[in-house]
Design a protein around this ligand. Structure first.
Ligand code: S3P
Length: 168
């Protein structure tokens, strides 16, 4: 079967939900950020600070291409995966699920995140608003299924995905 790719903003729970879903459906699980870190032997933060976002996006694109060449996998994709047009077209061949949250909820959740170079610096709230306004339509246009995950536990989100995809 196609891979199930979870997309959404940083802090939307893609990795937690992805692991639960993969377990339930007996599929493999991968996280694009962890794959990039394994391949390069460096952390996401180090890659951003040594070589910049563009280089990170190149690495991310390669990882997406290699994931799209396998099957039966639940994928937690980095929040910016929808930025590159090539990624968006590759993902059209997969089943893409957008874990959507309101701006308010994301402002709250991103306060608790670490290791996210794009959220570093003084005005995190303005940063989140800005990134979200650039990205919301791309998440929506890339997704086959959109789930409003606010007030849902990770386990409930995994159940909802399985149900919406007819896999329960
Ligand atoms: C990013 C999201 C991060 C990571 C990198 C950039 C983004 O992944 O890929 O820090 O551009 O939104 P998560 O969405 O898993 O936090």
């Amino acid at each position: 079967m196609d891979n199930i790719v979870l997309i959404g903003f940083m802090g939307s729970g893609k990795s937690t939900v992805g692991k639960i879903l993969a377990d339930r459906l007996e599929l493999d699980f991968v996280d694009t950020d962890r794959m990039i870190e394994e391949r390069t032997g460096r952390s996401i933060q180090q890659i951003f600070s040594d070589e910049g976002e563009d280089r990170f996006r190149d690495l991310e694109k390669r990882v997406v291409a290699s994931i799209c060449a396998v099957a039966n996998t639940v994928v937690s994709a980095g929040g910016g995966v929808i930025l590159r047009r090539e990624n968006r077209s590759l993902l059209k061949k997969e089943t893409v699920v957008y874990l959507r949250l309101t701006e308010e909820e994301l402002l709250d959740r991103t306060a608790r995140l670490s290791g996210r170079p794009l959220l570093r610096g003084r005005d995190r709230k303005a940063r989140v608003r800005d990134l979200l306004s650039q990205r919301s339509h791309l998440y929506e246009q890339t997704a086959d299924v959109i789930i409003d995950v606010e007030k849902m536990s990770a386990s409930q989100v995994a159940d909802e995905i399985a149900e919406r995809l007819g896999k329960n």
